[in-house]
Design a protein around this ligand. Structure first.
Ligand SMILES: Nc1ncnc2c1ncn2[C@@H]1O[C@H](COP(=O)(O)OP(=O)(O)OP(=O)(O)O)[C@@H](O)[C@H]1O
Ligand SMILES: [Mg+2]
Length: 351
């Protein structure tokens, strides 16, 4: 019996095994995962292969791995702009300059590299940075009255900067900000997207309120640096999202120490343990600790996110790990909100 480590069921009962064919000693079947970015992909595939190969009379085993992301946004009509989006996730912090945009971009690229269909929205009204970090162009094509989002490496990227002239963002006030945020989400033909990530501005202002109140957010990933001063601002964001009933999905700690390239020792420049403390306080998983790494910043400057530019760097591995954990967590939430999620958190936090 092969068990999914996150969904806590055997792969047959969970409906993962499909299209079983037996041709003499040759057995083939499809293993359909709940997300292409499943962190257990390889281990599950191998476990299924081994389990079937051990059956009497089986000569060869061919496992075809596919994925169909489970999910869907609450209350969204399939004909709406967001109708094909499975999960809408804000990346926020409360604090400025902690690495939100960098984390959002790398999560997006890691999920896309794993085979998911991903979109990325730059909702930073005062300092949009995603076009710079990704090299995205401007929308040029329309489909059925909506703009097609420009794509980079298959990731659809739209930015506040496409709507707001560069010199003007500071002039935007409350209702106009809300209108622009809504426009960002609803005036694009997103198509089928497993994950649509929203890079939030710092603070807890109008953009966050609009997102929480009118956008069908699946939840929010909080980004923090390890030190207590950063956590003060992050806690304000936590209070706001809780008041607005937006689930907090997990925490990414970034700039978590400097990994010295000459001695390979992690120097905790900004202190230690802040991300874990916050995650524990909130009862959510710490998705990853991303070290301070010049390659991360260089990836931003070159518009080549480190997860694809230097995938073997410790920072890139941490970011890819965060993406896998996030995808698994979202699958669990979509498959069985409530009890399963609680047990997932417990197992995960122990692990
Ligand atoms: N792990 C890291 N290692 C090295 N540099 C990093 C890391 N994370 C982010 N940076 C760098 O820190 C700077 C700020 O990052 P980023 O723009 O992602 O932060 P932000 O929280 O989105 O900022 P803002 O609040 O202005 O939107 C960037 O130059 C980025 O390249
Ligand atoms: Mg930013």
């Amino acid at each position: 019996m092969v068990h999914d480590p996150d969904l806590h069921g055997d792969v047959v009962s969970l409906g993962f095994i499909r299209d079983v064919r037996v041709d003499g000693p040759a057995v083939s079947f499809e293993l359909r995962l709940t997300t292409p970015a499943c962190p257990a992909r390889e281990s599950l595939t191998e476990a299924c292969r081994v389990a079937v190969a051990a059956l009497p009379g089986v000569g060869s085993v061919d496992v075809r791995v596919t994925a169909r992301t489970v999910g869907g946004l609450a209350g969204v009509d399939p004909a709406d702009a967001l109708g094909g989006v499975k999960h809408l996730v804000a990346v926020a912090s409360g604090k400025g300059g902690v690495g939100k945009s960098t984390v959002a971009v790398n999560l997006a690229w890691a999920l896309q590299a794993a085979g998911a269909r991903v979109g990325l929205v730059d909702a930073d009204v005062h300092g949009p940075s995603l076009q710079h970090l990704t090299g995205a162009g401007v929308p040029t094509e329309q489909r059925e009255g909506r703009s097609l989002p420009p794509e980079v490496d298959g990731v659809a990227v739209v930015s506040m900067a496409m709507f707001v002239p560069r010199a003007q963002p500071a002039l935007l006030r409350g209702p106009r900000v809300s209108a622009v945020v809504q426009q960002l989400l609803t005036s694009f033909a997103w198509g089928e997207r497993d994950y649509l990530l929203v890079d939030c501005p710092p603070g807890t202002g109008d953009v966050h309120l609009t997102l929480a109140q009118v956008a069908p957010l699946t939840g929010v990933v909080l980004v923090t640096t390890p030190q207590e001063t950063a956590l003060l601002d992050v806690r304000k964001a936590v209070t706001m999202y809780r008041q607005l009933d937006v689930p907090i999905l997990g925490v990414v700690e970034t700039m978590a120490g400097f990994l010295c390239p000459s001695c390979d020792v992690l120097h905790p420049i900004f202190g230690e343990g802040g991300g874990q403390a916050l995650a524990d306080e909130l009862g959510v998983p710490l998705l990853a600790r991303v070290p301070l790494d010049p390659a991360v910043a260089a990836g931003g400057e070159r518009a080549r996110p480190v997860v694809v530019g230097e995938p073997d760097a410790a920072s890139a591995r941490a970011l890819a790990h965060a993406a896998g954990r996030l995808a698994a967590l979202l699958s669990v939430r979509a498959a069985s909100p409530g009890e399963a999620l609680d047990s997932f958190r417990l197992v995960w936090r122990r692990g």
